[in-house]
Design a binder for this molecule. Structure first.
Ligand code: ADP
Length: 454
């Protein structure tokens, strides 16, 4: 029995046995045996049955010991199973550590490397066995080492540093931007025994951040340039508009003079002044509108009005221009309900722009304006002509500011390339759309869709 008990302990698994409980049992048996032996020797001859009673007691005690031993055995087996499980878990974590997608290192509290996983060895470009025992500071570029050491000192107090960005210098390779996260490792008595390091190569992220920063800077510069440009344009336009209105005013007074006071030659010249002055004024208005739109300072002022009346009046105003070029000018308004809520003046501006372009870029043939309901909430205004048309490659550019199809067209037909850009932006504000279909030499069709209520 005694040999059995010692066998259990001698297996080297003593750490699994509840030794205290077992020792208490042995102690109890010992005390009982001593008591019995004492009683036997004191009452020798007086009580003949005492010896047999004593041995019976001893037997009982030994049986109890046997039970205790069995309990220990069972406990030992359970502990061995638990030990195996823990070992499996340890191996699993070892594998996770080894094959983690990031670099992991363990150092002592002086920063000497004790363990490194596969990715860390790749990042530092050095085999694992050469890494062991090396100070981590060896992989920090010289110029950053002072900072690194002072952070190591700081770690003694704060026990963790998350996302510490620093350059790292692998062996025989270019340095890279790294993000380090460090945590203290404690022993079972809560003494700090080292540091656990998570290493990430953030070079790509840093490059992207730098690019983004440059782009944001450029964007700010562009915004500033655009703001200055808009301010300049608005100021210039205003300065030009005032004298131009005066010139036009005086020219109109001159044109109303009775025939006998002004020669027909002078009258023609005055008419030219008025026409060119009006063109210049339109241009100035366009520039003003455009700079306001760019600065976000142009607002839509919705009001209820009759779209049919507006289209009829606008087309009638422009009809004489079409007639001067001998163009047929058809207008079809097919609205069941012509009342809409939108910015009347801005819709007129859109119509004038599209119709004057149609007249301007058409030398022979006709132009048509069609207004119809798309559905209950939207109305389409379609302006088509049989003019010079626009090449497919140019279509995407015509709504950009100051864009014209080409120089020869500009020379022949004039213009600034602002009209469609303004139309497009105005429609954007009204939650409307504009699209165009065109073929060189066959004409163009511009289709505007407006919300009935904006
Ligand atoms: P502008 O007419 O002052 O040049 P727009 O912005 O109104 O400026 O038009 C931009 C360009 O789109 C014009 O220069 C012209 O090349 C082209 N374009 C616009 N409307 C028509 C059209 N109806 N037919 C042919 N080309 C057109």
């Amino acid at each position: 029995m005694a040999s059995n008990t010692s066998k259990v302990i001698d297996k080297g698994e003593g750490r699994f046995i509840n030794v205290d409980k077992f020792s208490r049992q042995v102690e109890a048996v010992k005390q009982r045996t001593e008591t019995l032996t004492r009683q036997v020797s004191q009452s020798r001859g007086q009580q003949p049955n005492l010896l047999s009673e004593a041995f019976e007691e001893l037997n009982t005690a030994l049986e109890e010991l046997q039970v205790a031993e069995e309990e220990l055995r069972a406990q030992n087996e359970e502990l061995a199973v638990a030990h195996n499980l823990i070992e499996c878990e340890r191996l699993r974590y070892q594998e996770l550590f080894e094959f983690a997608p990031d670099g992991y290192l363990v150092t002592d509290t002086n920063g000497n490397i004790q363990e490194a996983n596969r990715v860390a060895t790749i990042m530092l470009n050095i085999p694992k066995h050469f890494l062991q025992g090396k100070p981590l500071v060896n992989f920090i570029p010289e110029e950053d080492r002072r900072v690194f050491r002072s952070q190591l000192l700081r770690l003694q107090e704060i026990d963790r540093i998350p996302d510490w960005e620093i350059d790292m210098q692998p062996r025989k390779r270019m340095k890279f931007h790294a993000s380090l996260s460090v945590m203290a490792v404690y022993d079972h008595q809560q003494n700090s025994v080292g540091w656990r390091w998570l290493l990430r190569d953030i070079t790509a992220r840093k490059q992207a951040e730098e690019q983004l920063r440059l782009m944001q800077l450029q964007n700010l510069q562009l915004q500033e340039t655009s703001r200055v440009k808009s301010h300049f344009l608005a100021l210039m336009s205003h300065e030009l508009r005032t004298p131009m209105n005066a010139i036009l005013g005086f020219a109109q007074i001159l044109s109303r003079q009775p025939c006998h006071q002004v020669s027909s030659q002078s009258k023609t010249m005055v008419e030219r002044i008025i026409n060119n002055g009006k063109n210049l004024l339109t241009l100035i208005e366009d520039i003003l509108d455009f700079s306001r739109l760019e600065a976000g300072k142009l607002n839509i002022t919705p009001e209820e009005f009759n779209l049919e009346e507006l289209v009829t009046a606008t087309t009638e105003d422009l009809r004489s221009l079409a007639q001067q070029k001998h163009l047929f000018f058809d207008v079809h308004i097919e609205l069941e309900n012509p009342i809409i809520i939108n910015d009347r003046d801005r819709i007129r501006q859109i119509l004038v722009n599209l119709i004057s372009n149609a007249i301007k870029f058409t030398d022979i043939g006709s132009l048509t304006v069609k207004v119809q309901e798309v559905d209950q909430d939207r109305i389409a205004v379609i302006v088509s002509d049989t003019g010079i048309g626009i090449a497919e490659t140019d279509l995407k550019n015509i709504f950009k500011e100051f864009r014209q199809v080409n120089e020869s067209i500009t020379r022949k037909y004039g213009g600034t390339g602002l009209g469609l850009a303004i139309v497009d932006q105005l429609l954007g504000l009204m939650k409307g759309t504009i699209s165009v279909k065109s073929e060189i030499g066959c004409g163009s069709t511009f289709r505007v869709e407006l919300p009935r209520k904006c």
